[in-house]
Design a protein around this ligand. Sequence first.
Ligand SMILES: C[S@@+](CC[C@H](N)C(=O)[O-])C[C@H]1O[C@@H](n2cnc3c(N)ncnc32)[C@H](O)[C@@H]1O
Length: 322
Amino acid sequence: MSSSERFWEQGYSDPNVWTMGGPSLEVYEVEQQLPRNATVLDIGCGEGRNALFLAFRGHSVTALELSSSAVRKLRSIADEFALNIDVIEGRIEDFVPDKTYDLALAHSSLHFVTKDVWVPLVNELRQRTSKGGFHNFTSIIGTSRYPVPYECRHANSFDRGDLESLYADWQVLRSDFYAKWDSHPGISTHVHAVEKFVARKARPDEPLPFIKVDLSNGDELSFELFDSIPLRIHIADVKLPCIRPNTVNRIEISGLNMNSPTQLTRSYAVEEWFFGRYALQFTQGVLTGKYEYFTQPISLRAVQSMSNRRGAGAHLGSRNAG
Ligand SMILES: C[S@@+](CC[C@H](N)C(=O)[O-])C[C@H]1O[C@@H](n2cnc3c(N)ncnc32)[C@H](O)[C@@H]1O
């Protein structure tokens, strides 16, 4: 077992600890334009925060993960809630996709393998994606100011722009680049530069099913003030003299709480405050992430619901409070 594998194994082995929080906001966004009972692949799913959210929404999920502790945890939650998740314990390097997917995800996992592994896999998945389907990847990319943190220990196998080139013939919905300050149980606050990429299998000149909402309005915080705000404090304790966020993006997902694997039934709320290039993200009222954007911060607002979505999400309701 490599040191990186040991790191994740330790984080996942406590059944009472949830290491990564709730579903990603772009997964929540994209889900609104998935067909009913969509086929989803989640590569390097960890404990399955996104896989669980999507399965709760009624989709059929294949989830690949090498950590046996994470696989055990995810299987037991999926069984308890009778969710349609096929959890495969295995390595990205050995994975051979055998279905057509409506959504393929890889959140902070492809950068663990070298380019000669992830590029052919991504190309195969591009073929195995239904028309109008989505790909969504987040990857850590080292920059001179924000080198890859030691504890992330990945293969340094992503460069900014790799995905945009590969997906030149698809609609690129998001290609965000930012530095994120975050923390997980067992490791202290760290900062890394991240690319968040969402593409849709459709000609770039076709109408988009989303409006890209610019979130960057408002006064900018000074870096010193931004840097001084500690993670994990409560929203009520954030004191910002003479400055207010002009944009607040609040998402509520009822029926799901990923703060703990033993509490999956309460509502889950994420609130983001934007100050120009800087943003604070609160999960359940606690500051869980701080962002310095190098690209314009945006959110995707679905322009219309899929007509065949009626009945989707039987287990879970959701509301975007705007
Ligand atoms: C940063 S975590 C992200 C987990 C999950 N995608 C999420 O967003 O919560 C990265 C995950 O990738 C998994 N991973 C790393 N290398 C892998 C590989 N070669 N094959 C399969 N999974 C891998 C790790 O075990 C870990 O669970």
